[in-house]
Write a protein that binds this ligand. Structure first.
Ligand code: NAD
Length: 355
C-alpha cells in the first residue's frame, strides 16, 4: 500500500535567532496585548525576565514568579488568581518548561494567549500539552488553548544555562525526537522533523556542554529542541514518556535528568519492536545501536551515574515498577514486570542498557 497518514499540524508563530528577543514588544502588540503578565522565576532567569519586562514598558502589568517543577496544583491556582487580579490579556512566560507549564495552566483556565520565551531545551512551548502535579500524581492533557501563540527563540538567552542543566535538558529534547519516531501519532512529516532534530541535538549538545559560550552551538541545539518539541506535539508519546511521567510525579524527580537517565533504557526496551523506526536516529547520531549511542552521549555529557544521584531512593525500585506496570502505558511492546525491572534498574544504577 502507498503512503497513508493523518498529520494534525499545529498553528503557531516562531521567531528564531540571535537578538530575536528584542522584538518581544512587537510580538505582544501583534496579539493585541496591552496588559502582559510575566511568568518566570526570580532565580537563575531573573535578569533575562526583568530585561524582557523592561522591553514591554507600560504593557507589563505584573510578574508571577512562584514557578516550580511539575507545576504544583496550588501554584497553578495562584498563577490563575494573579492573572485575574491584574486583568492580563497576554501571558509572557520566560524560562524552562516549568515557567511555560505555569502559563499553560492559566491559559487553560482563562484562555489568555501565551508568548513563550524558552531558555532551556524542554520544548513545552511547541506543544498543546499541559501538566500539573498534586498528591504525588502528575496529570496531563491536551488543550489547544495552552499552545503558545508565539514563540521567541533567542540562543543568547541560553548562554547562562550551565552544563549540568543544559546537558540533561538537551537529552530531554532528544527523548522527544526519538520517541516521535515510533509514538502512535507519528507521520512521515514528523519523522523528517525528528531526524533533523536528532542531527541538531547530537551535533550541538556536546559542544554546548564543552564551551557554554559557543553561540553557534547554542543556536543549533535550540533549533533541535524546537523541532523535537514540534515532533512530540504531533506524534504524542509512548513508553519512555509514560515511565518518566509516573516516576516524576511519584518521586518529585528533576524532569530533565530523569528523562536523560531513563532514555537509553527505555529505547533499549522499545528497540526490538521498532528497529526500523529507529534507523533514522542511528543514522542521525552516527551510531550502530541507538541505546548504546545514547548511553555514550550521557557519559560524554557527564550526566548521572543514575537516578539515585538525583534523589531516587534505591528502595523505591519495587514501588516504581509496580506503578509503571499498573499504569499499562502505551508501548510498542507489552509492559511486563520483568522488563520494567530491567529498564528501571538500569536507570537507577546508571549501567549500560541491556542488549
Ligand atoms: P525548569 O523549567 O524547571 O528549568 C530547570 C532549571 O534551569 C531551573 O532551575 C531554571 O531556573 C534554570 N534555567 C532555565 N533557563 C536557564 C538559563 N537560561 N540559564 C540558567 N538557568 C536556567 O526545567 P525544564 O527541564 O526546562 O522543564 C521541566 C518542566 O517542563 C516539567 O514540569 C515538565 O513536565 C515540563 N515539560 C512539559 C512539556 C510539554 O509539552 N507540556 C514538554 C517538556 C517539559
Amino acid at each position: 500500500m502507498g503512503l497513508t497518514f493523518v498529520h494534525d499540524a499545529l498553528p503557531g508563530r516562531v521567531r528564531f535567532g540571535e537578538g530575536a528577543v528584542t522584538h518581544v514588544a512587537e510580538e505582544v502588540d501583534r496579539l493585541g496585548g496591552s496588559r502582559a503578565l510575566l511568568i518566570g522565576r526570580r532565580g537563575s532567569t531573573a535578569e533575562v525576565t526583568a530585561t524582557i519586562g523592561d522591553r514591554l514598558g507600560g504593557r507589563c502589568v505584573g510578574w508571577f514568579d512562584d514557578v516550580a517543577v511539575h507545576v504544583p496544583g496550588e501554584l497553578a491556582a495562584s498563577a490563575v488568581a494573579t492573572a485575574r487580579e491584574v486583568d492580563a490579556d497576554v501571558l509572557l512566560c520566560v524560562g524552562g518548561g516549568s515557567a511555560i507549564g505555569t502559563a499553560k495552566m492559566v491559559a487553560r483556565e482563562l484562555g489568555t494567549p501565551i508568548v513563550a520565551v524558552p531558555t532551556t531545551y524542554a520544548g513545552s512551548e511547541m506543544t498543546p500539552i499541559w501538566g500539573t502535579t498534586s498528591d504525588r500524581r502528575k496529570r496531563t492533557g491536551r488543550d489547544p488553548r495552552v499552545l503558545p501563540r508565539t514563540v521567541i527563540y533567542d540562543p543568547e538567552l541560553t548562554i547562562g544555562l550551565p552544563p549540568q542543566v543544559g546537558g540533561p535538558s538537551g537529552m530531554n529534547a532528544l527523548a522527544h525526537a526519538i520517541e516521535a519516531l515510533y509514538a502512535p501519532g507519528t507521520t512521515p512529516v514528523v519523522q523528517v522533523l525528528a531526524r533533523e532534530a536528532i542531527v541538531a541535538l547530537a551535533t550541538g549538545l556536546p559542544r554546548v556542554v564543552t564551551d557554554g559560550r559557543d553561540l553557534e552551538a547554542r543556536g543549533t541545539t535550540l533549533y533541535g529542541a524546537f523541532l523535537a518539541g514540534g515532533a512530540l506535539a504531533v506524534a504524542g508519546t509512548s513508553i519512555h514518556h509514560a515511565i518518566a511521567h509516573v516516576l516524576g510525579g511519584a518521586f518529585n524527580l528533576p524532569h530533565a535528568p530523569l528523562h536523560a537517565m531513563l532514555l537509553p533504557h527505555t529505547v533499549a526496551f522499545a528497540a526490538p519492536a521498532v528497529s526500523g523506526a529507529l534507523a533514522p536516529a542511528a543514522e542521525a547520531m552516527g551510531v550502530g545501536d541507538v541505546p548504546s549511542g545514547l548511553y555514550d552521549l550521557l557519559t560524554r555529557l557527564d550526566i548521572g551515574p543514575g537516578l539515585t544521584s538525583v534523589g531516587m531512593p534505591a528502595s523505591a525500585l519495587d514501588e516504581a515498577v509496580d506503578a509503571v506496570v499498573a499504569a499499562q502505558p502505551i508501548s510498542p511492546r507489552p509492559v511486563e514486570h520483568h522488563a520494567v525491572v530491567t529498564v528501571l534498574r538500569g536507570a537507577f544504577e546508571g549501567t549500560p542498557p541491556a542488549a
